[in-house]
Design a protein around this ligand. Structure first.
Ligand code: ZN
Length: 151
């Protein structure tokens, strides 16, 4: 049990030290920015959607270790998935970290490495750090198909 916890924490530290998919997708067709005022985390999610499949996903931002690791883990989990699978993952992840939601391991898609973030459940202020990137993903999925213009 403790060993598992250590492993998960190591995974979070690792994704914070060297975040995966931390870059901008210049020709992204979906994009959204998110902000968590409680902690000061900022994140922008870039998506290349093709026929409902997330061909590429990346993020940029600055924030605490949890928000950075959560963003990194999210991009890894979502890449190559269909939009509806991505939304199902979000729902299940929410139920994992939100105290008032009922988490059923056997229901829905497997969370895999995302389970590393389960510990934030005990820290209500941290839950938003872990879910910010997912809300931003949802906003990006719902955004227009127009190519992103460079600011
Ligand atoms: Zn944070």
């Amino acid at each position: 049990m403790n060993e598992l916890q250590d492993l998960y924490q190591e995974l979070i530290l690792d994704h914070n030290r060297s975040p995966r998919n931390l870059r901008r997708i210049e020709d992204a067709n979906h994009k959204a920015a998110g902000y968590n005022p409680l902690c000061g985390d900022r994140v922008t999610v870039y998506l290349s959607l093709n026929d409902d499949i997330v061909e590429d996903i990346s993020f940029e931002g600055s924030g605490c270790a949890i928000s950075t690791a959560a963003a990194s883990l999210m991009t890894q989990a979502i890449k190559g998935k269909r939009v509806e699978e991505a939304e199902a993952l979000f729902e299940k992840f929410r139920s994992l970290v939100m105290d008032d939601a009922e988490y059923d391991e056997d229901k829905g898609p497997a969370l895999g490495k995302l389970l590393a973030l389960e510990g934030v459940k005990q820290f209500p202020a941290r839950v938003k750090c872990a879910t910010l990137v997912w809300h931003t993903l949802k906003a990006a999925l719902d955004s227009t198909d127009k190519p992103v213009t460079t600011e």
